[in-house]
Write a protein that binds this ligand. Structure first.
Ligand SMILES: [Zn+2]
Ligand SMILES: [Zn+2]
Length: 276
């Protein structure tokens, strides 16, 4: 499983976007994109041909998590060899209208709004499906479960389970999306090999509740959920990632990383981090 990072785009990072990959038993690589925030689609192309994206999973519809769906829509429609078959997009209940706002002035050219199991209607870039809290969806060997997050808009923490290289085993990545601490992110994180947790707020400075976590809260979530590795993300460009990591290390005794663009984290027992 692989990641690139961010809150809003900064001088050295796009906004939120994480590429998660696993191989099935036949050796086919399956690829999920968790969020596609502003500035992310270009950077994502360093890691995957967009034609190979199996699904996009949107935690919520703030621009720093979905704005670059515009670029993927254009790619899907116009890239050589296209148009691509509609790419499944999972998201909150207003995902269709949000993509319409972003891509085509509300005409809906880039969407097939599909709420059933299948929907590869020709003509649109996306087949949109709506998250149902606690209801798992399957994308190839991935099982993805959305849990409601505490954020000013409809938002989800995502629990992504995939087979491990051990026969019959599995690995879990949890992504908080955006949100304050609460039962949703706890359900997503329980026992995860890797927790990708947002730390958009700073302890002692940001007192408003129901929006973001601090690094300390993310560490408490990681410790309480028994995760192995914590990756802090969504640190604002004006804040210091290293300060966030140190704050988390006071509370969480496992490995802590700051998400950085191009970093690769393998969820398979041994923690690994390799940055560009
Ligand atoms: Zn955000
Ligand atoms: Zn948000």
């Amino acid at each position: 499983m692989v990641g690139c990072s961010g809150s809003m785009a900064g001088p050295d990072s796009p906004a939120s976007c994480y590429l998660v990959q696993t191989d099935d038993s036949a050796g086919r690589t399956w690829s999920l994109v968790l969020d596609l925030g502003s500035g992310a689609f270009g950077r994502l192309q360093r890691h995957i041909d967009p034609a190979h994206i199996d699904a996009v999973c949107l935690s919520h519809l703030h621009a720093d998590h979905c704005a670059d769906i515009v670029g993927l829509a254009v790619w899907a429609k116009w890239a050589p060899g296209g148009p691509l078959a509609p790419i499944p997009v999972y998201g909150p209940s207003d995902t269709v209208s949000r993509i319409r706002q972003l891509t085509d002035h509300g005409r809906g050219e880039h969407i097939n709004a599909v709420h059933g199991a299948h929907g590869r209607t020709a003509g649109g870039a996306f087949a949109v499906r709506t998250w149902k809290p606690g209801v798992t969806v399957n994308v190839g060997p991935f099982r993805i479960t959305p849990w409601p997050a505490r954020h000013p808009v409809e938002a989800y923490a995502l629990r992504v389970v995939a087979p491990s290289s051990t026969p019959g085993g599995e690995v879990t990545l949890a992504y908080t999306g955006d949100g304050d601490e609460g039962p949703g992110c706890e359900a997503a994180a329980r026992g995860a090999g890797l927790l990708l947790a947002e730390a958009g707020f700073v302890e002692g400075r940001d007192a408003v509740r129901g929006v973001h976590m601090t690094a300390s809260q993310a560490a408490e979530l990681a410790a309480g959920a028994g995760v192995e590795t914590l990756v802090l993300t969504h640190v604002a460009p004006w804040d210091d990632r290293d300060v966030a990591v140190r704050a988390a290390e006071v509370i969480f005794t496992g490995q802590v990383y700051a998400a950085t663009p191009g970093a690769v984290h393998r969820v398979e027992g041994a923690p690994a981090g390799a940055a560009e």
